[in-house]
Ligand binder design. Structure first.
Ligand SMILES: [Zn+2]
Length: 287
């Protein structure tokens, strides 16, 4: 049995090794561009050094699962003009919008270790995972999406558009993260992951993590759709008249047709993640 101090040191080394392997791999496989890789590596260090390498492993799993989902939907998305730019390679803004809230919770844990911050971190990651899975799986739907706020039919790929298959995707995305979190908590109490030094209060709390993280993830994905339908900026192209989410189209400027100018897809992502992780923390605190 190692002391806490050597356990922490071992955790640092382990985290560093994971980042040094995962970051070049993420770049090599084309999951992230260079700035995205460096941003993700910095976040990985914060997470590994605060709440431990087990949760860093979860973050890496999230990136891999998300990237695979993005690849699955890429062809269909390309047909609908909704594809992620750069062939699915994510940029640093995408990394920040998906990872910022979780990293902040991990940072809080350094200042004041508490299981609440684990749940906040996990629910934030689950929210991003649920949203990505909902989007990518939802795009495979043969049923036309409907707007979550008005129930009117919309084109595939429009923010706020949802399908039954998308809801299933959201649940799968949230469950994936929650199940791994559950496993980490259970294993840490059996002594298999000594580096999760602060790992949660009681072994009996593991199912609670599962519920809180699934709820947080699902609420996050729903919030993303609702915010996408209401406050996210939409523009009308002055040349072709199409409604898009980008301020420029047909190599010219477009005019704001609905939503708020400052709120793009990345801002919606962050807000939805905040709502999702807050819900997860609330569920954890109330049960
Ligand atoms: Zn246009």
């Amino acid at each position: 049995m190692c002391t806490d101090e050597s356990g922490i040191l071992y955790g640092y080394v382990e985290s560093l090794a994971m980042v040094l392997i995962a970051a070049p791999a993420a770049y090599g496989f084309g999951f992230l561009d260079l700035a995205g890789t460096l941003t993700a590596a910095a976040m990985g260090i914060v997470v590994g050094f605060s709440i431990g390498p087990s949760f860093l492993g979860l973050l890496i799993l999230f990136l891999v699962v998300n990237s695979v989902f993005t690849r699955l939907g890429y062809v269909k998305k390309a047909l609908n003009e909704a594809a992620e730019p750069k062939g699915g390679r994510r940029t640093w803004t995408s990394v920040v919008s998906n990872g910022l809230v979780g990293t902040v919770f991990a940072g809080f844990h350094i200042a004041m270790p508490s299981p609440v911050f684990y749940v906040g971190f996990l629910a934030a990651i689950a929210a991003s995972s649920a949203d990505t899975a909902a989007t990518e799986i939802g795009l495979l739907s043969r049923v036309r999406p409907f707007m979550i706020t008005t129930f009117k039919r919309v084109e595939p790929g429009v923010s706020g558009g949802v399908t039954p298959l998308g809801f299933v995707g959201a649940l799968v995305g949230a469950l994936t993260i929650a199940l791994v979190a559950y496993l980490i908590v259970v294993l840490s109490h059996l002594g298999f992951t000594p580096s999760a030094v602060y790992a949660a209060s009681k072994a009996s709390s593991a199912p609670l993590y599962l519920v809180a993280v699934v709820v947080g993830g699902f609420v996050g994905a729903i919030s993303d759709s609702v915010l996408g339908a209401t406050v996210q900026a939409r523009y009308k192209c002055s040349k072709c008249g199409r409604i898009t989410e980008k301020p420029t189209h047909c190599s010219g400027p477009s005019t704001l047709s609905s939503g708020l100018d400052a709120i793009d897809n990345d801002v919606v992502n962050i807000l939805a993640t905040v709502l999702g992780s807050a819900s997860g923390v609330l569920v954890f605190a109330l049960i």
